[in-house]
Ligand binder design. Structure first.
Ligand SMILES: NC(=O)c1ccc[n+]([C@@H]2O[C@H](COP(=O)([O-])OP(=O)(O)OC[C@H]3O[C@@H](n4cnc5c(N)ncnc54)[C@H](OP(=O)(O)O)[C@@H]3O)[C@@H](O)[C@H]2O)c1
Length: 322
C-alpha cells in the first residue's frame, strides 16, 4: 500500500512516497481504507523532530475512511462503516490500523473529506472554547491566526457561544475570511501592533482570554492583552516554541492564568472523544459549522502541502487524498 514515510527529520523533502505492507488488525483494532487524511501543523513538528518520535514513521494524525477489516473482539464497527479519527499517527497512507475505540462513526450526509477536515482542528477549537476557557456572553477573546485551520473554526464556535471575537491574520484576504467566519474585529498583525490594536478595540480593558497558536513571535504581547486574572492559552508553535516564562511575570501582569493544552488530554477517554466528535461532526453535517477546505492533493503532494502550511499560504484545511 502507498504511504508517506519519514526516515530522517528535516524539511518537507523528507516526506517520501513509498510502498509498505498491507496491515492486518490485531485484537480490538480496525483497518481503515483512508479516503482523506488531514494535514496539520503537528505533522510539521513530527517531520522536523520538534515533537520527537521513533523513526521511520508514517506521519498524519487525522482522517476519515471506510472500515476494511476488523480484529478480534471489535464490536463498535463492521466492515464498510464510515469512520473518522484524530491523534492517530500513520494517517498519510492508503490503509491505517488503529484501535477501534479511537474511531468515531460519521454522521449521515457528511462527506469523508469534510469529516477529515473537521476532526483534529474542530475538536481542538471545541475544547479550547468549551473546556479550557469556557466562553460565554460578556467575554472578549483574541484568536491569533484567525483564518487558519483551527482559527476559522474557533472563531465560529466562539461567536456561537456569545463571545466578542478579535482575530489576528497575516493578509487582507485572510481578514475577509475571518470576518466571514464571524470575527467582530480583525487585526493585520504584520502591519499593526496587535497589542495596541487590542487596547484600542477594548477601550484599554483587554480580553478575558487569548488563544495563541503562533507562539514565539506573539506570546509575550499576548500576555499583555489580558485583563487581570485573564487566561493565556498557548496551544501551538507555528512561529516556534514559546520561551520559558517566569511565574512571577504572570503575577506582575495581573495574576494571569497560563495553560499549554493539548488535544490528547481533552479526548483521552472514549466518552470525551465521542462527545466532542459528535458536536463537531454533527454541526458540520447540519451546516452550522462551515469547514473550509483550502486544497486537496494526492499523497505524492505531501511535501508541497507542508510547504504551503508552513509558508502561511493556506486558509482552512489541507487534505491528502490517498
Ligand atoms: N495544542 C493543541 O491541542 C493543538 C491542536 C491542533 C493545532 N494546534 C496548533 O494550532 C496551530 C494552528 O494549526 P493549524 O493546523 O490550524 O495551522 P494554521 O493555523 O492553518 O496555519 C498556521 C498559521 O499560523 C500563522 N503564522 C504566524 N506566524 C507564522 C510563522 N512564522 N510560520 C507559519 N505560520 C505562522 C499563519 O497565519 P497568518 O498568516 O494569518 O499569520 C499560518 O497560516 C498550530 O500552532 C498547531 O500546532 C494545537
Amino acid at each position: 500500500m502507498k504511504a508517506i514515510r519519514i526516515e530522517g527529520f528535516g524539511g518537507p523533502d523528507v516526506l517520501r512516497l513509498t510502498d509498505l505492507p498491507v496491515p492486518s488488525p490485531g485484537p480490538g483494532q480496525i483497518v481503515v481504507r483512508v479516503l482523506a487524511a488531514g494535514v496539520n501543523f503537528i505533522d510539521v513538528y513530527h517531520r522536523t523532530g520538534l515533537y520527537p518520535n521513533a523513526l521511520p514513521l508514517v506521519p498524519g494524525m487525522e482522517g476519515a475512511g471506510v472500515v476494511a477489516a476488523t480484529g478480534q473482539g471489535v464490536s463498535l464497527f463492521r466492515e464498510g462503516d464510515r469512520v473518522a479519527w484524530a491523534n492517530v499517527l500513520g494517517s498519510y497512507a492508503a490503509l491505517l490500523v488503529l484501535a477501534a475505540e479511537r474511531a468515531v462513526a460519521l454522521p449521515q450526509g457528511l462527506t469523508a473529506e469534510t469529516a477529515a477536515a473537521a476532526m483534529l482542528q474542530g475538536m481542538t477549537a471545541h475544547y479550547l472554547c468549551t473546556s479550557t476557557f469556557p466562553l460565554a456572553r460578556g467575554h472578549t477573546c483574541l484568536v491569533h491566526a484567525a483564518a487558519g485551520g483551527v482559527g476559522l473554526l474557533l472563531v465560529q464556535m466562539a461567536k456561537r457561544r456569545g463571545a466578542r471575537v478579535i482575530g489576528t491574520v497575516g493578509t487582507e484576504a485572510k481578514a475577509a475570511l475571518a470576518r466571514e467566519a464571524g470575527a467582530d474585529d480583525v487585526i493585520l498583525y504584520q502591519q499593526e501592533d496587535f497589542l495596541e490594536a487590542v487596547r484600542r478595540l477594548t477601550g484599554g480593558r483587554g480580553v478575558e482570554v487569548v488563544y495563541d497558536s503562533v507562539g514565539k513571535t506573539t506570546a509575550e504581547k499576548s500576555l499583555d492583552c489580558l485583563v487581570p486574572r485573564g487566561m493565556a492559552v498557548f496551544y501551538g508553535n507555528a512561529s516556534g516554541p514559546v520561551a520559558p516564562i517566569d511565574p512571577l511575570v504572570l503575577s506582575r501582569k495581573g495574576s494571569l492564568f497560563l495553560t499549554r493544552p493539548s488535544l490528547v488530554h481533552y479526548i483521552a477517554d472514549r466518552a470525551s472523544l465521542e462527545a466532542r466528535a459528535a458536536d463537531v461532526l454533527g454541526d458540520a453535517a447540519a451546516g452550522r459549522l462551515k469547514v473550509r477546505i483550502d486544497r486537496t492533493s494526492p499523497l505524492s503532494g505531501a511535501a508541497e502541502a507542508h510547504r504551503a502550511l508552513e509558508g502561511r499560504q493556506t486558509t482552512g484545511k489541507v487534505l491528502l487524498i490517498p
